[in-house]
Design a protein around this ligand. Structure first.
Ligand SMILES: [Zn+2]
Length: 368
């Protein structure tokens, strides 16, 4: 199927950095116009400092499965850092090419094709949030609340190199451990000090020891600071760490271990506190997802390749809420989150054809 790159170009020429509210809203406006043209109803969730979240609904036919198409309106590029659209015979280049204005455009164009075939749409809705690139802290409650109405979700983040769809994504949490000791002059009162840097050094080793690559669990104490100067026993230190996990059991193992680590005495006189939280729950492969894939493979007449990823997306939220979710329905691209972002042109046509067939299988308009 022919993909319309000109409407995507117009979308990519708008800067929609997460914190550029007017830009995110301007791109949202384009999406709203396209989707309202297909008969979808737009519900707006206004935000003051962020772009508005947009939720588009079609009529509901009870007793038939409902599908949610998921996307985000924001990109990671502040104004002036990476702007515009360019192309050659093989690729398109620019912010959002594959992350994820390209994917959003595939969703809209597939919906348009299904609408044209069937005369209308039902049981297929679209949610576009404005803050995914900052971790979806604002949109998370909304996404989770809306999720309860759906049995299936397709997220339009970029496809894998061989057009894989994404069946699993790691969960992620970020934490800080603060160590508090006691300062003392390193020359005159060395023995009076309680060295927070020493405690932090021992804790870093313990944290790295929690990593279990076989289980897909990583604990990375990626940043630390401590002390005042070379002539003072360090009274304070802090460690920032990131946890990624593929299983709920592993999440719980590490969270319990973090509690133990801060309660332990690593250096007499030094105490620790833990702050931070989980940002994303794990998206783990499920049997329902496998069953859906089997149905899709029959429908499309191919075997959709699948993959799990270490990175997170809003698909994590849907999966956490028990919605059968597949991500990676966007085009193949690379260089995302860098000025080298691009997407493969042929990939758009392939995905558009696949997604159109999938959406047609959910469209309940004939039963309205
Ligand atoms: Zn991204």
């Amino acid at each position: 199927m022919a993909f319309d790159f000109r409407s995507l170009q117009a979308a990519m020429e708008i800067n929609s950095y997460t914190l550029n509210k007017s830009g995110v809203d301007a791109y949202g406006q384009l999406m709203q116009e396209s989707l309202e043209r297909l008969g979808l109803h737009c519900e707006r969730f206004p935000r003051e400092a962020l772009g508005d979240h947009l939720y588009f609904t079609s009529p509901v036919v009870q007793g038939q499965p409902r599908l949610l198409l998921l996307g985000h309106l924001d990109t990671v590029f502040p104004p002036g850092t990476f702007e515009g659209f360019s192309e050659d015979d093989t690729w398109i280049y620019g912010p959002g090419a594959c992350d994820m204005k390209g994917g959003n455009a595939i969703a809209v164009q597939a919906l348009a094709a299904v609408q044209a075939q069937a005369g209308g749409l039902a049981n297929i809705d679209v949610l576009l949030v404005s803050d995914e690139e900052k971790g979806s802290d604002d949109s998370r409650p909304l996404t989770r609340q809306l999720a309860t109405a759906y049995s299936y979700c397709m997220d339009f983040e970029a496809a894998g190199l061989n057009h894989e769809v994404v069946i699993g994504r790691k969960g992620i949490g970020t934490f800080t451990i603060d160590c508090t000791g006691k300062a003392a002059h390193a020359g005159n009162h060395y023995a009076d000090g309680h060295n927070a840097n020493l405690a932090a050094a021992r804790i870093v080793e313990a944290l790295i020891g929690l990593t279990d690559l076989k289980q897909g669990t990583t604990v990375n104490p990626g940043k630390m600071k401590g002390g005042i100067g070379a002539n003072t026993i360090s009274p304070s230190a802090s460690i920032q760490l990131e946890l990624r996990f593929t299983q709920i059991e592993e999440r719980d193992r590490v969270l319990a271990a973090l509690d133990d680590i801060v309660a332990h005495t690593w250096v007499p006189g030094v105490t620790q506190t833990l702050s931070g939280n989980l940002q994303r729950e794990v998206m783990a492969p499920t049997e329902a997802q496998q069953a859906w894939l089997k149905t899709l493979n029959q429908l499309l007449g191919i075997t959709l390749p699948t993959e799990s990823r270490g990175g997170v997306s809003d698909a994590n939220e849907m999966a956490h809420m028990g919605v059968t979710t597949l991500d990676g329905w966007g085009p193949f691209g690379d260089g995302d989150h860098s000025v080298n972002e691009r997407a493969l042109k042929s990939s758009f046509e392939r995905r558009l054809e696949e997604v159109t067939k999938v959406l047609a299988s959910f469209n309940a308009y004939a039963l309205v």
